[in-house]
Design a protein around this ligand. Structure first.
Ligand code: UD1
Ligand code: MG
Length: 429
């Protein structure tokens, strides 16, 4: 690492410094701009408090803005040695510097970097519009895939790998070690871009949980990158994971700055802006760092929550506007929230009955029945947060956030072990 950072040759140290500044700046701006956000209508009620205070929302916009400032300031740092001839021994010191510099300049790296920023910027814009207008989810769902087009183009030109390796045990049956997915691989990456922002946005509604899960995810991604950077297998892997670190370290900074105020009891809400922005940064680094499959290992809690949410998202079971847990005013603890089935209507649709009975058998939800008629009265909402409360019982809001962050961390460690210790055994080179 010391070698990497020697004599300011590597921009990594500057990136670490910028990330610390990003933390400081976010933590400084948030309390200062809060009142103006409320004035403009960017505010929300904290539903799990006895007194339902109105606090500023969309504070993710501050995180995102500070992030973009950092990333823009970082551009001349990243290319310093091509801009300042004394730092590049290959450049002559006479007037021909400009020509040589031009021919050596890594335009491909700049292209990748700018396309990453463009994709993250457009999804953050979508988040701000969502906080402003509460866009229907079927309208906003696919937009991150369009925002990912610049990245997919860079991936195609720069890397272009669309095959996946076959585990060694299956190889004798398939008689090959690689399967080429072709353009399907691009669909997969576009799906990753859709999934990451949306899946963070639906593990929400408990103080600190959106920023908390993002912070753990970003730390795990940075650890994964460090594994490669400290013992690089080849130049391409080193480059890809350094780029990933440059993008993800400032995310850690701005997320930590936001969490300081979003932690229970929250003084600000992060808004959809933050969920979209943070999710997209992670999708982008997964795609550009060529580890979008490993990334999905880190996202197992989000995948679980999405799979669990499918019945409510796709209308098999009614989906209330808010599925966040409910405060018991007497105990001060959060309890499960329920979807109530209206009693005056005809029997529940078959699809609903079937779904709730399967999910109940799998112990994913709790269903309460009318003792006299056996008719379902209500069931817990289909989210990982309700799942945790169902199995562990009521708990204080911050403990619930810590539980989700703990789950996220365990998954991350599991993912790192699979990727760095198990995968090499299953996929011999
Ligand atoms: C998503 C969830 C929804 C959940 C909501 C909570 C799905 C499909 N949607 O909707 O079930 O209720 O997030 O954010 O799963 N809030 C709190 N405490 C918090 C954070 C938020 O009370 O710690 C409330 C505030 O009133 C805030 C509102 O949630 O104004 C924000 O909700 P919003 O982000 O607009 O909800 P969605 O993302 O649409
Ligand atoms: Mg939201």
């Amino acid at each position: 690492l010391a070698l990497l950072m020697n004599q300011g040759q590597s921009p990594l140290l500057s990136n670490v410094g910028l990330s610390v500044l990003a933390y400081k700046a976010t933590a400084m701006f948030i309390p200062r701009v809060g009142p103006s956000f409320i004035k403009r209508g960017f505010s929300g009620k904290d539903m799990n408090k006895v007194e339902k205070y109105v606090i500023p929302e969309t504070m993710g916009a501050v995180s995102a803005l500070v992030y973009f400032m950092c990333m823009i300031i970082f551009i001349p740092v990243l290319f310093y040695k091509y801009l300042v001839p004394n730092h590049n021994p290959n450049l002559p010191s006479d007037g021909s510097v400009a020509e040589v510099a031009k021919s050596q300049f890594p335009h491909d790296l700049l292209g990748a970097y700018l396309s990453a920023l463009l994709s993250i910027l457009s999804v953050s814009l979508l988040g701000i519009l969502d906080d402003l207008f509460d866009i229907r989810w079927r309208h906003k769902f696919f937009l991150p895939a369009i925002a990912a087009i610049p990245l997919l183009v860079v991936y195609y030109v720069d890397y272009g790998v669309t095959y996946v390796s076959v585990p060694s045990i299956v190889r004798p049956f398939l008689k090959r070690s690689l399967i080429n997915l072709g353009f399907l691989y691009y669909f997969y990456m576009a799906a990753v871009a859709i999934f990451c922002p949306n899946s963070i946005n639906i593990i929400a509604g408990v103080n600190g949980v959106e920023a908390g899960q993002s912070l753990v995810l970003a730390l795990v991604i940075a650890c994964n990158d460090l594994f490669y950077v400290l013992s690089p297998k080849n130049k391409d892997a080193l480059r890809a994971h350094l780029l990933s670190l440059y993008l993800v370290l400032p995310l850690i900074g701005v997320t930590a700055g936001l969490l300081k105020y979003n932690w229970w009891p929250s003084r600000v809400f992060v808004g959809d802006t933050f969920c979209y922005f943070a999710g997209m940064v992670m999708a982008v680094v997964g795609i550009l760092g060529h580890f979008s499959k490993t990334l999905m290992l880190f996202f197992i809690p989000q995948i679980f929550n999405f799979a669990l949410s499918v019945p409510q998202l796709f209308g098999l079971v009614e989906c209330p506007r808010h599925r966040l847990p409910k405060l018991n005013v007497k105990t001060g603890l959060l309890e499960n929230s329920y979807t109530e089935f209206s009693l005056n209507e005809h029997p529940l649709p078959k699809k609903t009955l079937l779904t709730i009975s399967i999910f109940e058998k799998l112990r994913l939800i709790r269903v309460e029945y009318d003792p006299s008629t056996g008719r379902p009265l209500r069931c817990t909402n289909f989210t990982i947060i309700n799942f945790v409360l169902y199995h562990l019982g009521p708990m204080r809001e911050d403990h619930l956030t810590i539980c989700i962050m703990g789950l996220q961390l365990l998954t991350g460690i599991f993912g790192l072990i699979i990727r760095h210790f198990v995968a090499p055994l299953v996929y011999p080179e």
